[in-house]
Design a protein around this ligand. Structure first.
Ligand code: PEP
Length: 251
């Protein structure tokens, strides 16, 4: 089964509405001849409707950086999947390490958010990854297994059919340290095996597994050459369309 690569940009808490629109328009223009790769950017929620209008009918699709799992109610500061969909998002990041580290997102929340995303017709991009301490203590595979198992617990095959997993070693995010090709190869193979064991061979084969962590125009080609790497989740280097396009055109 061939999987269409996905190159996704996480803009985190950067750019005003006007800046986001300008950068997204520039990116859409640079992408007009890109074929065979899905492209997504995740601006802040405030910019989503503006950017959605700016990139309408282009190859650039939108994602949100988080959602809450309830549909509506007294949840001050939160936004539901339906609201994000209505604002123009097709994807949503779930369980990004910054959410886990600074805002207390747990695997249980990841699980509920993933189901809520699918219910709102959003493609869930579930982020997992070990800390430096986990790796030093040789707990990488244990941690990843738990994050996948608990984060997707109770979800049915049908619910997970659009699932995207993003392997983002925490020690590589925003640090300039990238996991080696061997480390990425080993982890992605392991993740596909877990998906097969816990769900099905078909699900394992169809799920796109992205790598994230200091991806840049210089290292993307090597990372994308790894058999089980189906794309990249990019933070810092996605903020500048001139840089990001070189990641999108990784070949
Ligand atoms: C991220 O935030 O998901 C990320 C991978 O960031 P960076 O590319 O800046 O390491």
């Amino acid at each position: 089964m061939s999987r269409t690569p996905l190159i996704a940009g996480n803009w985190k808490m950067h750019k005003s509405g006007a800046e986001a629109v300008a950068e997204a328009k520039k990116l859409a223009e640079l992408c007009t001849d890109v074929e065979g790769t899905d492209i997504m950017i995740a601006p802040t929620n405030l910019s989503l409707p503006l950017v959605a209008k700016a990139v309408e009918d282009t190859a650039v699709k939108l994602g949100a950086q988080n959602l809450y799992f309830e549909k509506q109610g007294a949840f001050t500061g939160e936004v539901s999947g339906d609201m994000l969909k209505a604002a123009g998002a097709d994807y949503v990041l779930i369980g990004h390490s910054e959410r886990r580290q600074f805002f207390g997102d747990t695997d249980e929340w990841v699980c509920q958010k993933t189901r809520a995303a699918v219910e709102s017709d959003l493609i869930p991009v579930v982020c997992i990854g070990e800390t430096e301490k986990d790796r030093d203590e040789e707990k990488t595979f244990f941690v990843l297994d738990k994050q996948v198992t608990d984060g997707l617990k109770g979800s049915g095959l049908d619910e997970l059919k659009t699932l995207v997993l993003a392997y983002e070693p925490v020690w590589a995010i925003g640090t300039g340290k990238t996991a080696s090709v061997e480390q990425v190869e080993e982890v992605h193979r392991f993740l596909r095996k877990i998906l097969e064991e816990k769900f099905s061979k078909d699900l394992a084969e169809r799920t796109r597994i992205l790598y994230g962590g200091s991806v840049n125009p210089d290292n993307v080609k090597d990372l994308m050459s790894v058999e089980d790497v189906d794309g990249a989740l990019v933070g810092g280097a996605s903020l500048d369309a001139d840089k990001f396009i070189n990641i999108i055109r990784y070949e």
